[in-house]
Design a protein around this ligand. Structure first.
Ligand code: GLN
Ligand code: ZN
Length: 762
């Protein structure tokens, strides 16, 4: 019979219990035992839920107190030396690696964190040195297997495979390659697998997501070496998983590895179903049919056809029905969303969260048995109705939006004149000094500001009261900027909860949830907006605040918008049309906003696109296509304005080496980037490329409360001016200031303005 398989389940808790338990423990408000108890209950809850639903391969060790890659480093004893003094207390050590440790005269920084493939989850990056040793430092995977077993549940433990583990880490010294560490690493893997086998594990899931990325020969050989080594050891059967993309040219490598089953992601790469024709006879195929990355119901008929095709070729015993990847990337349970005001029933009917996806899997399994089961037939019929309705719904499809998209002309992507001409008009119009100073948009979102928003939402403040408070905060912020002599001001973004949600809430085609939290890193969760339908802007979104701010100052006020690609990237997106189409719709909405701002006398407009780089596909060959439409969408949103209107864009984490030509094609008059931590080195690629437009390299890091000295920033500006002509340089912090306090913000900006003055005088 076919089996069902779940690659991983959310772990933060339905009500974010783990988040609260962690934060309370970190603050010293609860004990280690209390924290571990919460964690244990969350694991048990997940296992029981999947057991009751009838899932055959239930994951364990998918739980983590912080991050699964950190768990792996911990199990393998890959602990950087700087934590040596913390080794007596394992939990303290674990969190020190995740978050740094600053107490009792000790001061150790955290390990680096980075994005998990193309998700918004962040993992802790392993650190490697050539002479490091691996030992079985921790037995979490075995302990959690036994914990489930004691509840009568035989789980399938999950772990990150040795090659992906190495590839996802970083060398901390020069002249060696982390893959050299493989021979030292493998015995620890073998030991863990043996421990699991001895205790009765039948299956183990080994994740090798790097198999969907571009691999060189050396790496391919590492795969062969690793799995050959493990193949004759005492161990459970291995399901080797790939996800987030297609195995592509790594397919022959993957199916040649001596493992018992291979998992492929059919949602991201439906064409991979063809693997059934090539799969060696001794192997089982785990089909990732249920989308672990998005919140839509599956089209059960379609996924059944896919399953059926595999079963016809391979037989019932060689097919496993699975989620496409771990369900970590979707929220817990749709059923707890009761508020129609937030999530209308008419949209909810198309959606499925982790809990609902489990049911889809078991329904699919029932269907493949061919037995007539009433409830199953009913569910398939209901699903078909939902799918039909989704294709036709007027709530989703808006003809006016579709015809507007169809009518886009190539000239809509282009500014009226080239930058060289625009810049002359803008200079005349804006009267800015050399090294103009500005900020990235947000000013401190104090607990007071947040409390007003909460009170307003709860109805404790009227619209007028709330508006008055925000106006006062905005006024103070504007006046202070004027006072210290900043050149281009901002209103401070006090009315915004989040740079994407704020726009989503005002656009048609977006909806929200109350509890649709997804883990971003550690205890941090996000609640992404959901784009369900054609996007339209029913009214202006930012004009009121920008206009107000401009009305109280004679300095240019910069209008602040979030760009189409970033809005798309940080939302759950519809799966019934290409991303590019959805992005264009958002771009047109932003374009309308840009033009409204211009009409209302705003002559500098910033369109933030921090997520452009994040959206890069996992395979190089797909980059150009993505960057083509992503940059086009930005241009579409910006290009409607007159020459004298200056368009800014902002990007964080600015590694532009491979994509500089696309960044240049955005053709923003000014781009502000994060630069201070790299001592302006990031500007090198702009210089080499002869980037033609203006640049504001961040002169101080906003991620810490440290106040930079005037001279430090003068030195940085001086360095920048060696790389980019001074007349094209701006002076600004690395990013928005909303997470900072006023005290350091004021001190830092005062120094920044002074630094610009001194730079002008040189
Ligand atoms: N304008 C936004 C802010 O200042 C930009 C934030 C970002 O790029 N992450 O908060
Ligand atoms: Zn930023």
């Amino acid at each position: 019979m076919v089996k069902t398989n779940v690659l991983g389940y959310p772990r933060i808790g339905k009500d974010r219990e783990l988040k609260r338990a962690l934060e309370s423990y970190w603050k010293g408000n609860s004990t280690k035992e209390e924290l571990l108890e919460v964690a244990k209950n969350l694991r048990a809850e997940n296992w029981k839920l999947m057991q009751q639903a009838g899932i055959d391969l239930i994951p364990s060790n998918d739980f983590s107190l912080y991050d699964q890659m950190l768990d792996m480093s911990f199990m393998l004893g890959a602990i950087p030396e700087r934590y040596d003094s913390l080794c007596q207390d394992k939990l303290k050590l674990y969190f020190a690696m995740a978050r740094g440790y600053q107490k009792d005269g000790q001061d150790v920084i955290a390990m680096e964190m980075t994005k998990w493939f193309d998700t918004n989850y962040h993992y802790i990056v392993p650190e490697f040195t050539h002479d490091m040793l691996f030992t079985c430092f921790d037995t979490k995977i075995v302990d959690e297997f036994m914990e489930a077993k004691s509840l009568g549940i035989l789980t399938k433990p999950v772990l990150i495979g040795p090659v992906s583990y190495l590839l996802l880490g970083k060398e901390k010294e020069e002249h060696f390659n982390r893959l050299d560490l493989l021979p030292k690493l493998l015995p620890v893997y073998a030991e863990l697998l043996e421990q699991l086998k001895i205790r009765g594990a039948q299956w183990i899931q080994i994740d090798e997501p790097c198999l969907v990325t571009d691999l060189d020969e050396r790496t391919k050989n590492a795969y062969t070496e690793a799995y050959n080594y493990l193949s004759d050891k005492v161990k459970p059967n291995i399901i080797l998983t790939s996800y987030f993309g297609s195995l592509g040219d790594n397919e022959s490598l993957a199916i040649s590895l001596p493992v018992q089953a291979i998992h492929v992601d059919i949602v991201r790469a439906p064409e991979q179903l063809n693997i059934v024709k090539r799969l060696p006879k001794d192997k089982i195929l785990s089909l990732g049919l249920i989308d672990g990355r998005n919140i839509w119901k599956s089209n059960l008929e379609t996924v059944h056809e896919q399953a059926h095709e595999a079963i016809c070729t391979l037989g019932h015993n060689r097919v496993i029905l699975s989620t496409s990847c771990s369900l970590l990337h979707v929220p817990y349970d749709l059923e707890v969303e009761h508020n129609e005001q937030v999530l209308p029933k008419s949209i909810k009917r198309y959606m499925a969260f982790a809990r609902q996806k489990i049911d889809e899997l078991t329904l699919l399994k029932t269907r493949t048995t061919g037995k007539i089961v009433d409830s199953c037939i009913k569910a398939f019929v209901a699903n078909e109705n939902d799918m039909r309705s989704k294709r036709q719904s007027e709530e989703i499809h808006d003809d006016a939006v579709k015809s507007r998209i169809a009518a886009i002309q190539s000239s809509d992507f282009n500014r009226k004149s080239e930058y060289a001409q625009r810049s002359i008009v803008q200079r005349r119009h804006l009267h800015l000094p050399q090294y103009p100073t500005t900020t990235i948009g947000s000013f401190p979102q104090t607990s007071e500001v947040r409390s007003w928003r909460a009170a307003y939402r709860k109805g404790h403040l009227t619209n007028e009261e709330y508006t008055r408070l925000l106006e006062e905060e905005t006024r103070k912020c504007v006046k202070w900027q004027e006072e210290i002599g900043l050149d281009v001001l901002v209103h401070g973004e006090f009315e915004r909860n989040d740079m994407v949600e704020y726009f989503g809430e005002q656009l048609d085609g977006f909806t929200f949830t109350q509890k649709g939290w997804v883990q971003s890193y550690g205890s941090r969760c996000v609640k992404p907006p959901i784009i369900y339908g054609d996007v339209k802007r029913p009214h202006a979104m930012t004009v009121k605040w920008t206009k107000y701010a401009q009305s109280i100052s004679n300095k240019p006020m910069k209008g602040m918008l979030t760009g189409p690609v970033t809005i798309l990237e940080w939302s759950f997106v519809r799966n019934d049309q290409p991303l590019e189409d959805t992005c264009k719709q958002i771009a047109l909405a932003i374009r309308d906003e840009v033009l409204d701002l211009e009409k209302n006398g705003i002559s500098v407009i910033q369109i933030d696109e921090p997520a452009i780089r994040e959206g890069l596909p996992l395979r190089r060959k797909d980059w150009d296509n993505y960057l083509k439409w992503a940059v086009d969408c930005f241009r579409l949103s910006a290009a409607g304005v007159k020459n004298e209107t200056q368009i800014h864009t902002h990007m964080c984490y600015s590694e532009f080496n491979d994509i500089i030509k696309h960044i240049a094609r955005m053709d923003a008059d000014v781009i502000t980037i994060e630069c201070s931590r790299s001592q302006m080195d990031l500007l090198d690629v702009f210089r080499e490329f002869k980037y033609p437009n203006e640049i504001g390299p961040g002169v101080y890091d906003i991620h810490s409360a440290r106040v930079p000295a005037v001279n430090e920033m003068v030195v940085l500006l001086h360095k920048a001016s060696k790389l980019i002509p001074a007349e094209r340089l701006w002076v600004n912090p690395d990013c928005g200031l909303k997470t900072r306090g006023w005290k350091e913000t004021k001190a830092a900006l005062l120094n920044m303005v002074q630094a610009a003055k001194e730079a002008r005088a040189i």
